[in-house]
Ligand binder design. Structure first.
Ligand code: A3P
Length: 343
């Protein structure tokens, strides 16, 4: 069910030897590095993937044909994807606030599936497990927006995104909170419990870019550049700005997606409702979102996607020297490109 599912399905079923390269395509992947939980990451076109995600990413690249009405939610893991899934779904599928509201009954990850982790997982793999959503890819009305999420970098998916008139929404988050959120998320995996991923190792791998879908910095910069080149097609926002100016972003996203809110009191009320419904406080108290149960294919609890939802939590986990190291990479990569963000 989740955008992180592959990591943990592997974690929960694989022994170290299982992560050896075993198919021709992947064997041609020149570089690999041990990551956490006995897993390896493989380098492909400058980015790092788990074995599962490398396969599904290639499948997406080979077969995805975005439609004009599609909305692609792109992000690096742990930057606010779930939040944006809820917001985009609310804007594009408006529903009165009542107990049957889609977000009151469904986990946002289920309302908005991810390409490489849900929809392009081959039948017969461990990931399949009976959870398939072909209906999400079936096109009923070509004008009707499908919302599809992905962590695939723009450097790999860009040609496909540009081949259609689809719109892209990209969310990012400051690197230190992103890393800490990722680190927490992984602590829930039983394999990581057995083979701990220490914070120091996580900082080192993050700074070197060796995390799934990393390097984080290259991921962010390419989508940002595309939003500067094609602002009418790519909407770039940060987690922090969304927190601070939620209403503003919901209003602007409505315009960007071609369904502007009324400039009336009613329109304002609708925006308020979406902001409230999608807030961390509301969503994290929804039964399914706080459930400690796991779906048949996802070994982590549904609640894993809602931890703290705060800005600056990294201060509680990273030592000064770790912060300094990440900040120096941020300065070089982001500030060096004129993107004054992340420190
Ligand atoms: P923390 O671990 O810092 O709490 P993703 O959805 O990309 O996996 O990101 C998960 C992060 O977003 C987690 O951060 C999670 O708590 C936070 N999050 C989830 N829903 C949110 C919401 N509605 N508002 C703000 N943050 C949210």
């Amino acid at each position: 069910m989740s955008n992180m599912r592959g990591w943990f399905v592997q974690n929960s079923h694989m022994k170290a030897s299982d992560s050896e390269l075993d198919d021709n395509e992947i064997t041609s992947s020149p570089q690999r590095e041990k990551w956490c939980g006995h897993q390896f990451l493989f380098k492909f076109q400058g980015f790092w993937f788990t074995k599962t995600y490398l396969e599904t990413t290639k499948r997406v690249v080979e077969t995805l044909k975005p439609l004009t009405g599609d909305v692609i939610l792109a992000s690096f893991p742990k930057t606010g994807t779930t939040w944006l899934k809820a917001i985009l779904h609310s804007i594009l599928h408006p529903s009165p606030q009542h107990q049957n509201h889609p977000l009151a009954l469904n986990h946002p990850q289920e309302l908005v599936p991810s390409l490489e982790t849900n929809l392009y997982v081959d039948k017969g793999t461990e990931l399949d497990g009976g959870y398939k959503n072909p209906e999400f890819l079936a096109v009923k009305d070509p004008q009707e927006a499908r919302i599809l999420a992905t962590h695939i970098p723009y450097q790999i998916l860009g040609d496909i995104l540009n081949s259609s008139d689809c719109k892209v929404v990209y969310v990012t988050r400051n690197p230190k909170d992103t890393l800490v959120s990722l680190w927490h998320f992984l602590q829930k995996s039983s394999d990581v419990e057995k083979d701990p991923w220490e914070v120091g190792a996580a900082v080192d791998q993050f700074c070197r870019g060796v995390v799934p879908f990393g390097p984080y910095y290259d991921h962010v910069l390419a989508y940002r550049q595309e939003s500067l080149n094609r602002p009418e097609k790519v909407y770039f926002l940060t987690y922090e700005d969304l927190k601070e100016k939620s209403k503003n972003h919901v209003r602007k996203l409505g315009e960007f997606l071609g369904c502007p809110f009324d400039q009336s009191e009613k329109g304002e009320e609708k925006i308020d409702e979406i902001v409230k419904m999608c807030s961390f406080e509301t969503l994290s108290s929804v039964e399914v979102n706080k459930s400690e149960e796991t779906s048949s294919v996802f070994p982590l609890p549904y609640s894993s996607f809602f931890r703290k939802g705060e800005i600056g939590d990294y201060k509680n986990y990273l030592e000064e020297k770790m912060i300094a190291r990440i900040d120096s990479v941020t300065e070089e990569k982001f500030h060096g490109c004129g993107f004054m963000y992340g420190i």
